[in-house]
Design a protein around this ligand. Structure first.
Ligand SMILES: *Cc1c(COP(=O)(O)O)cnc(C)c1O
Length: 427
């Protein structure tokens, strides 16, 4: 027989139990090992801008913020058409729609290598491409390590460490246009090295490797039989007179996973459309391909609306759009370079592409600042200009300047940076 009193008593005692028995819910090791190195550094700074000066953030690697760089009309139209067709609201194969993969293959074949649609896997942004590539090659349980550039984009380390893989730096040489220190690279390789990560053109260096240099790097990978993960998100974002060379075009014999996407060149980082291209001349990656397909099933693939638009985006975006972007960035780099050259105690490194410029702080001229972090913090406090300190990219004594902002903003920012330096520079 139903006894309401009994039930009430029972539920009260369950609640009492819940109160007394303590909960043990802890995030997993993988989650706890997931770190955002830029946030860790920036959140620890005391960033109080000068209330009398407008804030200029030369820190954010998002070209859309100021509205001076907009996606092409063709790019927008492609998404509108994809939406109105109504054909891209459902699930697609997790590696991507065949037409979208075909379009990526054709688009990237212009970089000098024949790419097949079946070599392409679409992902949720280039970050997700990188995650799949690192996860498929590197195994924490086998004590693997991957080699990553210093200075370099911190996400490689984030993605390695959360699966227990060691991220080991190889140096880039500032005075050689940030080329790879080949001896150092080779010295970092051991029997547990699972991949070399290359980022060309480079964030934060703004460098664009020559064909010869790329060949030298790939030769080391080949001789040691280590596959390469090539982060080419800035492919063809190079300044007039520069030529972008894709690792895939060199047929070096090295199996390469190329990562890229729409974010930077098409000025739509929020759309989260990236890709992996499997470049494999000798069938080394047969098993890796299968596993990449399996990994793509974890999230059932990337945004279908953008996949529907991808063929039109890649085919219809006019050359003039890319030229405008590269010319604008080149001009901004020139403006920033000239202004910062006149700032006492700073040495700018002229980029050949991308959206960034590195500036060396001759720290011995600024003894009042303990490091680049203190320098960046004080510059924000007095000039309301913020740049990411080199520490975000694993080197100290540098600042990274974002050059996507409008020219007058760059001008004003560099003027304030110069005044700041001239105020603190010590002979
Ligand atoms: C911006 C950036 C990415 C990430 O691109 P998303 O497509 O937005 O995930 C990857 N690598 C480098 C070097 C970048 O600067």
């Amino acid at each position: 027989m139903y006894d309401r009193k009994l039930e009430q008593r029972a539920s009260v005692s369950i609640i009492e139990d819940l109160k007394t028995v303590s909960w043990k819910v802890e995030p997993s090791t993988a989650a706890k090992n997931t770190r955002n190195f830029i946030r860790e550094i920036v959140d620890n700074l005391d960033l109080k801008p000068n209330p009398d000066k407008s804030v200029i953030a030369l820190s954010i690697g998002d070209p859309t913020i100021y509205g001076n760089l907009k996606a092409a009309a063709e790019t927008i139209e492609a998404v509108r058409a994809s939406l109105e067709q109504g054909l891209f609201n459902g699930y697609l194969p997790s590696t991507g729609h065949q037409d979208a993969k075909q379009a990526v293959a054709e688009y990237l074949s212009h970089n000098g290598s024949e790419i097949n649609a079946n070599d392409v896997i679409l992902c949720s942004g280039c970050s997700s491409s990188l995650e799949h590539c690192i996860t498929v090659l590197a195994d924490g349980a086998k004590n693997h390590n991957i080699l990553i550039p210093r200075p370099g984009f911190p996400i490689y380390r984030t993605l390695a460490e959360h699966i227990g893989v060691e991220a080991r730096y190889y140096n880039l040489i500032p005075e050689n246009n940030w080329e790879v220190d080949l001896h150092h690279l080779e010295s970092q390789i051991d029997g547990n090295t699972a991949a070399i990560v290359l980022n060309n053109p480079s964030n934060p260096c703004g460098s664009n490797f020559s064909e010869e240099h790329l060949r030298n790097v790939l030769e080391i990978a080949y001789n040691n039989r280590i596959p390469v993960i090539a982060d080419e998100i800035y492919e063809n974002i190079v300044f007039p007179g520069e030529k972008f060379v894709s690792t895939a075009s060199l047929n070096s014999g090295v199996p390469i996973l190329i990562c890229g996407g729409l974010a930077k060149r098409f000025l739509v980082p929020g759309w989260r459309l990236g890709w992996i291209v499997v470049h494999d001349e000798f069938g080394v990656f047969d098993e890796v391909r299968k596993s990449l397909n399996a990994l793509s099933q974890r999230t059932i693939g990337s945004n279908t609306l953008i996949q529907g638009a991808l063929p039109a985006i890649l085919k219809n975006t006019p050359k003039s759009f890319y030229e405008f972007l590269n010319n604008t960035l080149a001009r901004n780099a020139q403006v920033a370079f000239e202004k910062i050259q006149n700032a006492k105690g700073l040495t700018p490194f002229m980029p050949q592409g991308t959206m960034y410029m590195l500036v060396e702080i001759r720290m011995e001229k600024f003894p009042m600042f303990e490091n680049g972090l203190a320098f960046a913090q004080k510059m924000m406090e007095e000039e309301s200009v913020f740049c990411l300190p080199g520490e975000c990219f694993a080197i100290s004594g540098f600042l990274r300047i974002v050059i996507t902002v409008p020219e007058d903003v760059i001008n004003e920012a560099c003027l304030r940076i110069s005044e700041f330096c001239n105020r603190y520079y010590t002979m």
